[in-house]
Ligand binder design. Sequence first.
Ligand code: GTP
Ligand code: MG
Length: 181
Amino acid sequence: MPNMRSKTKLLKIVILGDSGVGKTSLMERYVNQRFSQQYKATIGADFLSKDIELEDRMANLQIWDTAGQERYQSLGSAFYRGSDACVLVYDVTDLRSFESLETWREEFLAYAANRDPETFPLVVLGNKIDIVDRAKAVPTKRAQQWCAAKGGVPHFETSAAEDINVEAAFQLVATLALKRG
Ligand code: GTP
Ligand code: MG
């Protein structure tokens, strides 16, 4: 490729959050432009890879999708090690999934961020914003306040179903990951 400053940069991004919030759906939407209504629980962890151009260079995003269901969780520190950024997902119609973010964040930082946990690149996504016929369980303001209290973590409301903010969110995640790495 012409005029590329240096070799492709590999960036490892981990998606965490409760079961059913839409982690797999967000990744499928971002990487493959696909969406399925059908729920199939992720078992263990798996990744999809996507090449993007980022600030004048090529980056290979390795996006790791994990299981939200506790009985499938056995990831441990080896899995998180080497992460360059983390995406924390909740479901805007499910308050509990928002309240779980604290635990997901702590678990991730404890394992992955051996240097400067306060500045580790995290992005929070409130997914399923397309569902308007149910009362929104997590007010935008409440999520924003939590993110601000965690040192100014960026927050997006997304829809994997209707492709709202998915590209923008992952673009920012990748940019933050690249800056750190
Ligand atoms: P685990 O693998 O168990 O951790 O779940 P997950 O977080 O990967 O959730 P998944 O992506 O499998 O989505 C769960 C269900 O929510 C599926 O039926 C999806 O079709 C649905 N879903 C995901 N994202 C959206 C969204 O943005 N809007 C709507 N309406 N439904 C969504
Ligand atoms: Mg999944």
